[in-house]
Design a protein around this ligand. Sequence first.
Ligand code: PLP
Length: 413
Amino acid sequence: MSTAVRNLGPATALTCRECGESYDLGPHYACEQCFGPLEVSYDYSQVSRERIESGPRNIWRYRDLLPVPAGVIETPNTEPGFTRLVRADNLAESLGVRSLWVKDDSGNPTHSFKDRVVAVALAAARELGFKVLACPSTGNLANAVAAAAARAGIRSAVFVPSDLEQQKIVTTAVYGGTFVTVDGNYDDVNRLASEIAGEQDDWAFVNVNVRPYYAEGSKTIGYEVAEQLGWRLPDQIVVPIASGSQLTKIDKAFQELIKLGLVEDKPYKVFGAQATGCSPVAAAFKAGHDAVRPVKPDTIAKSLAIGNPADGPYVLDAVRRTGGAIEDVSDEEVVDSIGLLARTEGIFGETAGGVTLGSLRKLLSSGVLDPGAETVFINSGDGLKTLDAVAPVAKPSANIAPSFDAFRKAGLV
Ligand SMILES: *Cc1c(COP(=O)(O)O)cnc(C)c1O
């Protein structure tokens, strides 16, 4: 591919997270010196509250903080973001918490937070000269890539484990594009994607060879939480962990906002959430280890089922630095928390939301999370995509003949 000068807005370079080596913006994702992951660096001189607030009500209002061309607003894209921050008073009361908010990312175009990262990856990938938008996925990313590519009028190529939820198969296939199910788990699919990326050099695997750009999209959750709270940071935030990217980028967003003076500099704690059946980062945290030992996932929370999380060590850094913690919950606790969120706040979260609320509850009862501090947790996806998880417990109250007598006999009045 060409090595022409890139116009990626405020982005200035790629910097190795391990050794600090710096690279020109381009289709690079690993350091040539030490193989460490690359991170986007910026010129923040354009950033101001006024410019953000006068922008569109989607992630592009933060384009001065993202590696995308200035013209991104005019190019066809799914326009994700600016999802609701819901004040969860009923849930707070039932948990005995003073102030609780749900960042409800099920409101994105394909009903999960993945639309954010894909929109940023697509904008960068086009500028870098890629022709195909691709990914290995646990489901939500597949939806987001297929939809974004359709809207942009380019080809998509999506690879998923063949045992994925039927809902996520259908909601990917419907957008057209190349869609391959693979007999293996996510980590197998991910390895295959890296192999294909090595052969097809005009394919942008959003979470592999354009990962440094993709990952920056998750910062927008952090910016939105701060802006929606009236330009201030919460005391505590609870975030689900799959690869760990979302958690580290919410932390990066909060740090940027502090550094830029857009919010008051105050301490905040970042907490991580995993399903016990795939909890390599929680296990490392609890054992006091710096390295994350890969596991074979076995949980209903398939969107979080990454056994070898790329950003695991950086999650541990962020959580320990801020004084947070990482918890994990059983599949039963996941289902129970999906129900609690639905009954108290009218929000139907997917299994990842159940993992996050379940972990929040466990951190509360163990005294790690402060019930008196302002807390935000992320519902990162829509329950309609993981119906099987709750179908056994979410049933009608009764089935009756169409008569008042039958209704009375059902004992519901
Ligand atoms: C992908 C995903 C996450 C977490 O992603 P990271 O890889 O940790 O950034 C959380 N929730 C849902 C619903 C997801 O699809």
